[in-house]
Design a protein. Structure first.
Length: 398
């Protein structure tokens, strides 16, 4: 029996775990004829291929494939998002510039306003719940919290928030290439206007810092690189944290004993976030393109082939994580791949982790007041990401 990954099937998108387990047990690296790409599902292989950047290129883009009525084929969108879709030496140059501006000091400065944002958003959610009899955890909390944080980091005016949130969602969900192109152009124009304003009137936020560091080193950022950095932070930064908050909140609802533990001892939230990333992370996997013919564990990978690296499956590998399907708050293993590995380890990981910790420091205190109606919610309808577009909540009735 061959593995089956029905990428567009609603049931698979909702619960891919049995499929992943079958792959790990019977075909840890195999070519999916129906999808037209290789699939790596074990931790050992996913990590090894992630680290081998000379063979497994990031230039095929994070989405990896597009779907039309005739076929599913790799989508070459290299350059759309710097770092995520660059290989060395360009990746090395750009990551160096980014790391010098995206500093721990700059991230730490966001912590206090982040707490205020979380408090305000939850107050709004609870007020809406009382007024209307329902609210939405995604729309009223999990999405706007990272949006506000990234916007503050970049110095994006509040007047842009609503449009950028819409474009962020539509770019990932819309399968029409013409519509996506139009939305991309609109997002580019809006962010370019913000960048232009920052160049003319520098303030202490990330965009002027990037420009200044690059100029000081004589490595002036091209306009498309600076724009790409902004899009990377906006899209990837918001998507990852939003999905993590939604997935982890749903888990807590079904495990009230853990919710009670976190409420009583909030120092446990850091471990809760890590185990949530491992067990139900925001990104199921990303793609790499094979740069040249390569023999690996009996498989002949050809130049131009694409490989789906299943982070989510690797994080449930029993050889690394004993009783991997179980949530263990005291789990000591720290090798999960939810945020990548090697040179492509998520640069925004410290910020995402802090956002999630702050989000749950406030959320655990009020979850007893509502019930998440996941059956009435809407999942992200693609198999690469794991998250929600809507998660209604209703009041808890005595």
């Amino acid at each position: 029996m061959k593995p089956d990954l029905p990428m567009l099937d609603v049931a698979f998108i909702s619960s891919p775990f049995d499929h992943w387990a079958f792959c790990r047990a019977h075909a840890p690296l195999f070519f999916s004829e129906g999808n037209g790409f290789w699939v790596a599902s074990r931790h050992e292989d996913v990590e090894a291929l992630l680290r081998n950047t000379s063979v497994f290129s990031s230039a095929s883009g994070p989405g990896g494939y597009i779907t039309n009525e005739n076929n599913r084929s790799p989508q070459d969108t290299a350059g759309f998002l710097p770092l995520l879709q660059n290989d060395p030496p360009e990746h090395t140059r750009l990551r160096s510039l980014m790391s010098r501006s995206f500093t721990s000091r700059r991230i730490a400065a966001l912590k206090k306003p982040m707490h205020a944002m979380a408090e305000n958003l939850l107050e709004g959610l609870l007020a809406k719940l009382e007024r209307d009899g329902q609210a939405d955890l995604y729309a009223d909390y999990a999405s706007p919290l990272p949006v506000n944080v990234i916007a503050t980091l970049l110095g994006i005016p509040e007047s842009f928030y609503e449009r950028l949130v819409f474009w962020n969602q539509a770019l990932g969900m819309n399968s029409n290439p013409d519509t996506q192109s139009n939305l991309t152009n609109e997002m580019d124009e809006a962010l370019a206007a913000v960048i232009s304003e920052k160049r003319e009137t520098p303030v202490d936020d990330l965009i002027p810092a990037l420009v200044a560091i690059a100029d000081e080193e004589g490595q002036r950022l091209h306009s498309d690189e600076l724009l790409g950095f902004c899009k990377l932070l906006w899209i990837a930064g918001n998507e990852t944290t939003t999905n993590l908050i939604c997935n982890a909140a749903l888990f807590l609802q079904s495990h009230p004993e853990i919710l009670q533990q976190l409420r009583e001892d909030k120092s446990l939230i850091e471990a809760f976030v890590e185990e949530s990333l491992r067990l139900d992370g925001p990104v199921n996997g990303l793609f790499r393109r094979v740069a040249h013919d390569y023999h690996y564990k009996g498989c002949e990978l050809k130049a131009g082939d694409n490989v789906w690296l299943l982070f989510g499956s690797a994080n449930r590998d029993e050889s690394i994580f004993p009783n991997a399907a179980e949530f263990k708050l005291a789990r000591k293993e720290a090798q999960h791949l939810a945020l990548g590995k090697g040179i492509h380890f998520c640069m925004g990981a410290p910020l995402a982790r802090m956002e999630a910790r702050v989000a749950f420091e406030h959320l655990v205190d009020v979850m007893h007041r509502f019930k998440i109606d996941d059956e009435g919610g809407k999942r992200i309808p693609i198999a690469i990401l794991r998250g929600w577009l809507s998660l209604p909540v209703v009041p808890v009735t005595e």
